[in-house]
Design a protein around this ligand. Sequence first.
Ligand code: NAD
Length: 317
Amino acid sequence: MKVLVTGGAGYVGGTAAAMLLDQGHEVNILDDCSTGYADTVDPRATFFKESLLDANAVATSLSGCDAVLHFGAKSLVGESVVKPDIYWETNVSGTRILLDAMRAAAIPTLVFSSTAATYGEPKEIPIAESAVTDPTNPYGASKLAVDYMISAQAKAYGLAAISLRYFNVAGAFKSQRGWLAERHNPETHLIPNVLRATAANPLKVFGEDWPTKDGTCVRDYVHVVDLIGAHISALSAAIAGSHEIINLGSGGGYTVKEVIAAAESALGRPVPYEMAPRRAGDPAVLIADITKAGKLLSWKPERDLQSMVGDALASFQ
Ligand SMILES: NC(=O)c1ccc[n+]([C@@H]2O[C@H](COP(=O)([O-])OP(=O)(O)OC[C@H]3O[C@@H](n4cnc5c(N)ncnc54)[C@H](O)[C@@H]3O)[C@@H](O)[C@H]2O)c1
């Protein structure tokens, strides 16, 4: 199969491209490297260092492809609050351009990186795909808008589509070229920040009075290799004219203090951290209901927290 991977110079898309290539598929990558890195791009792929907003470049990058894995996006919650226009432009208009080009080129299948941020504050845990969607920031709203756009495209034009709503992605993949590390700037994800905390720059833990077993927030983490396994399954599970939305997480969760303990065991030393007040808008617990992923993709995550922390650490060294 030949797959266009948008965002293939980034953390999750780079891992997808490398895993597809290792499995013998052909890969085109479209990425403007605005938050990704050209040196992440696997040399076995054909690389288009172009923007999703350039319709001609998108059309060229789709040449000969059977399917698209669409990771290319802006994805910083805080930035989306202060610069919402960028999120509507890249995430919504960029996907609009991609959908038009896919239709023009008769490319039948799309798997889209959606997010748990489309749900907003959960009313029930675990969060199922049927939960109310009420995003609390422009990032989540832009991804929800794309989910609506894809549904309409599937219904009107027969696209086979699956949106995968990730919870927290972590860990790293060791491809034939070596480790592919998470390299966000700024880094807002807990596991890399725990591993990089120093006495001079300790980790901030936001709140220790949450209604959880040790008072810190609970989040659901999924290993990037398990996550991409679900994408590869989704490529063959997508049905023409249908758009399915599927959560990807572990179906369980860890407190911030449990993540710190796992990092201390991987590092063999204490992690410097300090307590800080709760952040506005942080729910106490976010856990995915992953029943639908099991049913539709025959998928279940195999790697635990220790493996996510251990692989992230190996990728940083
Ligand atoms: N990492 C997570 O925990 C997580 C959770 C939920 C959803 N997601 C989604 O997964 C996808 C990948 O996330 P990531 O963590 O790898 O982020 P990332 O920033 O590492 O990757 C995104 C890539 O998209 C590229 N890009 C941005 N704007 C572009 C444009 N206009 N044209 C072409 N390329 C463009 C960037 O250069 C980057 O390489 C995103 O869509 C994100 O919203 C990630």
